[in-house]
Design a protein around this ligand. Structure first.
Ligand SMILES: Cc1ncc(COP(=O)(O)O)c(C=O)c1O
Length: 459
């Protein structure tokens, strides 16, 4: 019998969630069922997903910022088909692949001055881990500093620079000397840097979990301090880079010139995992410092032909469709519209972001009956109100969103950068409608609260 993926999918589709319960993450499977996200997705195109019933949903997660170009972009798909048709030798390993050279050249052209050397790997965590490892070797120092609430990945190296206890707890002692400093406090950072043993300071220019945008003078100040104390300044642009914030690199908002930049997620156009750690040659050459150490850091699938082809096509599409400018313009419209809602809906505490990374944060209502409903939800699980809103957006407005992180009443929006004014206005209207429902304890937003509180308390 010949192999047919379409046939396999057709036959096994009904088993999708049962297979995950049996062989993958059964807890996630349960959560998706509880919140009404256990859909059978059958198609993704542009900014939309379709379920098996033919219903269309606006995708405001974009694969956690992997689909900046939208899903199934024809130019990237065609580039991958062409790469396969050309039957080029891939992963020879003892060679220097052409496409990796061209993609490196094109990335370097988009970087601040001095960042001229690239290491390709497969994921965001790979890219950050590479940056940390290289910084230690380049400086001969052991320590790394990171911020409260930072998120740089969940492998052991990157978990060691994670600023959230929820992610860290349960995994034992992480990297010694990898220490958290308070966000926004340049003096606290300097106190640590002065000790002279800090290899690197790693920062997301806008923190992804909470969409925390730093004060205007913070990042320029920390860059200055890193320079002064010989510490490598790493901007982790895995989520906010590639145009998401309305600039190619988010660091451009503050005119930063970091020593290392990390990219991943949408660099592969949503088709192929690929990451890039882009750095000064002086850092790179401290690692690869002798002929017999020319492979002292590597990863098997780095520089693979399909990833490089996807990266080249992705950059082409970004230029051709002017996605950076579009993200800036649509982001302004979205932020302004959501901010206007804040004046009418008391439960919206804050609306913030840049370009198309946007957070809506909620706070307790003032009315007595609502206050009690909020308190019951919060007592069962912090951030449960935001979950109610996420569920309402999905059920009533066919919009896919997510709570920003553990224990927060924040919804984070990461739409594809291709969205138009029509989608932006639909998002604003949906939030308006859901928050109007939330203003009454009899409103549909609170309908699921009893069931969810029970689930939260029984876990
Ligand atoms: C800023 C940042 N760095 C690193 C990572 C890790 O990327 P990956 O999940 O591809 O390992 C993420 C993932 O969300 C991220 O947001």
């Amino acid at each position: 019998m010949s192999f047919s993926l379409a046939e396999i999918i057709k036959q096994r589709q009904p088993d999708q969630y049962a297979l995950h319960s049996r062989h993958l993450n059964s807890k996630l499977t349960r959560v998706l069922g509880i919140i009404g996200f256990d859909k059978i997705w059958v198609k993704g195109e542009g900014a939309y997903l379709w379920d098996a019933g033919g219903e269309r949903y606006l995708d405001l997660l974009a694969g956690f910022s992997t689909y900046n170009l939208g899903r199934d972009h024809p130019t990237v798909r065609r580039a991958l088909e062409e790469a396969l048709e050309l039957q080029r030798p891939n992963l020879v390993k003892m060679d220097c692949p052409l496409l990796a050279g061209i993609l490196a050249e094109q990335l370097v052209a988009r970087m601040p001055p001095g960042l001229d050397t690239v290491f390709f790997a497969n994921s965001g965590a790979d890219a950050v881990d590479t940056a940390l490892k290289f910084a230690r070797a380049a400086t001969g120092r052991p320590r790394v500093l990171f911020l409260d609430h930072a998120f740089h990945g969940l492998m052991l190296g990157t978990l060691s620079v994670n600023g959230g206890e929820q992610f860290r707890k349960g995994f034992g002692t992480l990297m010694p000397g990898f220490d958290k400093v308070p966000a926004g406090d340049a003096d606290a950072l300097e106190r640590e840097l002065r000790k002279g043993d800090v290899a690197a300071f790693v920062v997301e220019p806008i923190q992804g979990k909470s969409v925390h945008v730093p004060a205007a003078d913070y990042l320029p100040a920390v860059q200055r301090l890193c320079r002064l104390h010989g510490t490598v300044f790493i901007c982790d642009e895995v989520q906010v880079g590639m145009g998401r914030s309305g600039r190619f690199l988010c660091a451009e908002h503050w005119g930063l010139e970091p020593d290392v930049v990390t990219l991943a997620k949408s660099l592969g156009g949503g088709f192929i995992p690929v990451s890039a750690t882009i750095m000064r040659r002086s850092i790179h050459d401290r690692i690869f410092n002798r002929l017999d150490r020319c492979e002292v850091h590597s990863t098997t699938f780095g520089e693979n032909e399909l990833a490089m082809a996807a990266g080249l096509a992705t950059l082409h599409v970004m230029d051709e469709e002017r996605l950076v400018e579009r993200a800036a313009a649509r982001g302004d419209r979205l932020l302004a519209g959501l901010d206007e809602l804040r004046s009418r809906h008391e439960m919206i505490a804050d609306v913030r972001g840049k370009g198309l990374i946007v957070a809506v944060e909620f706070r307790p209502p003032r009315a007595l009956a609502l206050k009690a409903a909020w308190a019951a939800a919060e007592a069962a699980q912090k951030g449960l109100f935001a979950q109610f809103v996420v569920m309402s957006l999905m059920r009533d407005h066919h919009m896919l969103t997510q709570v920003g992180g553990p224990d927060v009443n924040i919804i984070k929006l990461l739409p594809p950068l291709i969205i138009g004014d029509e989608e932006v206005d639909a998002i604003i209207a949906a939030f308006d409608a859901v928050l109007t429902e939330a203003a009454s304890v009899r409103g549909s937003v609170w309908r699921q609260s009893g069931r969810l509180i029970k689930q939260a308390l029984s876990q």
